[in-house]
Design a protein. Structure first.
Length: 173
């Protein structure tokens, strides 16, 4: 793991502040109905993302999560303007404006969504890790979920398979 220096702390703070401001801005344009559909924010969880990004190899590792997915791709290198455009439903967005708030994706940055079904991302995350192991890519998948997802049967089945096959996947609750 890279050492945690003063510069790293400052960089984390800067990034976390940006993510918080990004989400706060979304909250304000949401009530003006500029963003349609649902809007699930990441406020209060920024430190989890900062720490996770610190241990990742952004050249090859992957990330997948549920619907609180606006700032994670930004952390992985996606242009914030493209994420904001997606939320506005514009064709310049990450999914050409067709995904919206819950479905931010970037194949280029190995950010695999953005899933609205509680727990839906869990078996998908293990599947991506299976692919990386099968093809010897040496990559790790980070799979995030909320407390509620842990009650899904797919979570338990996925953990069984991930342990049995020793898959390179890390689950964050
Ligand atoms: C399979 C499924 N059941 C129900 C829902 C409706 N639903 C949307 S969010 C949510 C709560 C999920 O809580 P948690 O996983 O703890 O995530 P949090 O929103 O707290 O981050 C539920 C039940 C859903 N999206 N998918």
């Amino acid at each position: 793991m890279r050492p945690i220096t003063k510069e790293i702390y400052l960089n984390w703070y800067e990034e976390m502040l940006f993510w918080r401001k990004f989400e706060d801005k979304l909250a304000s344009v949401y009530i003006q109905q500029k963003v349609r559909g649902f809007l699930h924010l990441y406020n209060g969880q920024e430190a989890i993302l900062a720490g996770a990004l610190h241990v990742m190899d952004l050249e090859k590792d992957r990330m997948i999560t549920a619907y609180r997915n606006h700032v994670m791709p930004i952390g992985m290198g996606v242009d914030p303007k493209k994420v904001m455009a997606e939320l506005y439903g514009k064709s310049t967005g990450t999914s050409n404006g067709l995904g919206g708030s819950m479905h931010i994706f970037s194949k280029e940055h190995r950010f695999h969504g953005g899933h609205g079904i509680v727990g839906g991302q869990i078996p998908l995350g293990a599947g991506m890790a299976f692919g990386d192991k099968y093809f010897n890519r040496g990559a790790v998948t980070l799979c995030f979920m909320g407390d509620g997802a842990v009650r899904q049967g797919s979570f338990h089945e996925t953990l069984n398979l991930a342990m049995l096959w020793d898959l390179p996947v890390v689950f964050y609750r």
